[in-house]
Design a binder for this molecule. Sequence first.
Ligand SMILES: [Zn+2]
Length: 139
Amino acid sequence: MSECIFCAIASGTAPASLVYEDDVAVGFLDLFPVHKGHTLIVPRTHVADLLDCPPDVAGHLMAVAQRLAPRVMRVAGGTGFNVWTANGAAAGQEVFHLHLHVLPRFDEDAFGLRFPAGYPKEADRSGLDTLAAQIRRLE
Ligand SMILES: [Zn+2]
C-alpha cells in the first residue's frame, strides 16, 4: 500500500496540516475542503473502509471525531457539523483508506445530501417489518 496517500500522511512521508495524532489515528485538514475546517481522521494502519476496520479502531476514530469537532468549530466557525464516512465507490469513497470527515456546517451553506425525487414517502409497516426480520436473521 505504498501508494496510499493516507498511509503516507499517517507515516509522515507526505505533507499534511495535522490537527491531531496518537498511536492509532491521525487527523488533518482536507486538502480540498468543502468548508473551512473540513477535517479527516484516519487510522494509522491501512484499512480500506469501515467493514475492513477492527471495531476498537473504528470506535477510537469516532472518539477522536467527538473530541475534535468542537475545536474545529471554535476555530473555523460553524453552528453544526457532520461526521460521516463513505464506504465504496457508490457511496462516494475516493481514497480507499478509511477516513471520517468532520465537516463544520453553517446555516444555508448550500451543502447537503441529495434526496431522490418523491422523497419523503412513508414506508408501509409490513414491508419494514419484513426487511428488519431479514436483517436480524443474518449473522
Ligand atoms: Zn492507506
